[in-house]
Design a protein around this ligand. Structure first.
Ligand SMILES: [Ca+2]
Ligand SMILES: [Ca+2]
Ligand SMILES: [Ca+2]
Length: 334
């Protein structure tokens, strides 16, 4: 028996331990990964990073959205093009074995479609019934800004300049006034376009139902006008543009309305809940049984003014009729 220097030594050697320190020990792979984001609106680009252990030599990605399994790419980028909740599966392998990890889900929402609502409401509307010379304050609302909203500039306008005008613009209630500017600054003369801009310095609005601003519209004479989104530019926090489509046009219907009866000193009936029905028939800015009685007692007068039907169609049958008395009762006391 000889040692490595060739010197003979006496005795028996029962075994060896061979330790090779500068090559990796083959190990069973442990699949794992991260993503740069787990939620957003489509088209959503997600960058995945492999963090697996065991030095895998092969990667297989199932992004969960029905697209083909991607193999051979360690750190892929995937674009989700439809809404949904998608589990992501990474399968890795090396000479020792194969392992999978299910991660996520990636939650993909629809783009931030805009809605027109009553100011400080989140219910989308497509039609506004206005009495001549009365006003309604509306809002342009994004229902989802999952990627954040940083800056924006929006122009709203009317397609017809005869029946409607803008009479004011107001910042959304989440935004400090200095971060909101609008044009024009005064509204004494008919205004058919308004432009307003805002910036969210504090990144507070990366969520749902974000108002971009409120604007007051006034009916100036009988007719209809369409409220149009004329121009816009919006950015999220990644400096990506936000698309405001599909935008639902809103029709502003202007009809004459006068006190009921004409001698009523309270003035016009009012629509206190802004649903285009004028439940406050006696004009005292309260909705109660007196309005039901008032409607019933003045039904002859009201029905002599056929253009009034839409203000008082409380039973939703498309005509003014005595059934609207019960309809009004049910609305107030429903
Ligand atoms: Ca109403
Ligand atoms: Ca009333
Ligand atoms: Ca009716």
């Amino acid at each position: 028996m000889y040692d490595i220097s060739g010197n003979h030594f006496a005795g028996w050697v029962d075994g060896f331990v061979v330790r090779i320190n500068n090559a990796p020990t083959p190990a069973f792979p442990g699949a794992n990964f991260t993503a740069d984001k787990w939620a957003g609106s489509f088209d959503l680009t997600v960058n995945f990073t492999d963090t697996s252990t065991g030095s895998p030599t092969a990667w297989s990605w199932n992004f969960g959205d029905g697209t083909p399994i991607l193999t051979g790419v360690q750190n892929p980028t995937h674009v989700y093009t439809a809404p949904g909740s998608f589990s992501v599966t990474l399968t890795v392998s090396n000479a020792i074995g194969t392992n999978s990890k299910i991660g996520g889900p990636v939650i993909v929402s629809a783009p931030p479609a805009p809605k027109i609502t009553n100011c400080n409401s989140t219910v989308g509307i497509t039609r506004v019934l206005l009495a001549t010379n009365s006003t309604r304050t509306l809002s342009l609302l994004l229902w989802n800004t999952a990627n954040g909203l940083s800056t924006y500039n929006v122009t709203m306008g009317f397609n017809d300049t005869r029946n409607t005008t803008f009479t004011g613009v107001y910042p959304p209630n989440w935004m400090p006034a200095p971060q909101f500017i609008f044009n024009p600054m005064s509204f004494g003369v008919p205004v058919y376009n308004v432009t307003f801009s805002g910036v969210d310095f504090n990144q507070t609005k990366s969520n749902f139902n974000v108002s971009l601003g409120c604007f007051q519209v006034k009916g100036t004479q009988e007719g209809e006008s369409v409220l149009i989104l004329k121009n816009y530019s919006l950015q999220d926090y990644g400096y990506n543009g936000i698309t405001l489509t599909p935008y639902q046009n809103v029709t502003i219907v202007v009809r004459n309305l006068y006190p009921i009866p004409a001698s009523n000193p309270n003035g016009n009936p009012t629509d206190m809940d802004l649903d285009n029905l004028y439940e406050d028939v006696n004009g005292d800015h309260q909705r109660n049984y007196l309005d039901v009685i008032w409607f019933f007692n003045n039904y002859g007068y009201i029905s002599s003014l056929p253009e009034y039907w839409e203000f008082f169609d409380f039973n939703h049958n498309g005509v003014l009729d005595l059934g609207d008395t019960i309809g009004l009762f049910r609305i107030i006391y429903g």
